[in-house]
Design a binder for this molecule. Sequence first.
Ligand code: SF4
Ligand code: SF4
Length: 369
Amino acid sequence: MLSNSKLGFGLMRLPKDGEGNILQEEVTRMVDAFMKSGMNYFDTAYAYGGSEASMKKALVDRYPRESFTIADKLPAWKLKSEEDVERIFKESMELCGVKYFDFYLLHSIEASHLPTYEKYHCFEFLQEMKKQGKIRYIGFSYHDNAELLDEVLTRHSEVDFVQLQLNYLDWENGVIQSRKNYETARKHNKPVVVMEPVKGGTLAAFPEDIEKIYKDYAPEKSAASWALRYIGSLEGVMTVLSGMSNEEQMKDNLNTFVNFQPMSEEECGLVREVTSKVLSFPTIPCTGCRYCVPGCPMKIQIPDLFTAYNSAKTYGPSRRYDTWYKDHTQGEHGTASACVGCGQCEGVCPQHLEIISLLKNVSEEFDAS
Ligand code: SF4
Ligand code: SF4
């Protein structure tokens, strides 16, 4: 394997204050706990606002370079010319304070981004950087169907690994295609880095009757730990990323991965039972990545409105969710009904959600009350 860190610290959801500023001291404590545990894989991206600089302060400036590994990513949607490729790569190096990346990925390959990466010769650029010693291993993160993945891996056999969205809820999902994508990566013999194993927190908390299935079997284990163990038990999975937002999550995840216990067949059966119950709720499978938010002309806080909707659909309507909805539609932030249907959000959503039509459902749930 290219990494022996079974858990990766995903830096997309770092702890923030109410104004959106990263809480640097908490990040530093989390980095220390992670390093102390023997794990060393850090996953950042140019597109994760402020995460590269925060990682530099907490990790790169405080630990010997060879004691940790960094994965960073080039975003297709920020490339307007071939020159941007090298510019962004250099900028990322500077922001991270490193002379080489252990892992470097083309961020979010899907049908709409692939032509940009090919037009600007990004695969060739990564190979050149690898030759120059500025990248150890090249890869890409992926958000599309298995057929396209097969095509990309056939055309670009030079990639060393792939990063896939794998979790038990999406395993048989027709859009995300967790199982099929996993099998395709295995067919091409590529080590897999897993993203969204807890599906943006969806698999970390359930209504009481569902949670009981896990608690009756192992009272001390969190729901998130089941999701992580399920995915971490798959053959060929090199590293499971978890986008940790606080020290408690870090502690829970480390409990799961230090002395990792693969899942038994009996436990897999419980996961299947939970899956079928969760899939019966009419919720929106948004992972909260927020890629859709900055470009919305009506400044709609799309994932937050989906959170309110999903909570109401899972646990039943409550004043709590109405208040959450109101809090996220204050001032300049539009309500769900303010959507003008421009389609910007749908163009960038890695989950391929039909956001315009889903917002209509959200509006029916909240705007009328
Ligand atoms: S389609 Fe609606 S929600 Fe999406 S970016 Fe446009 S206005 Fe915002
Ligand atoms: S709607 Fe799509 S792009 Fe927006 S936060 Fe959810 S998953 Fe991400």
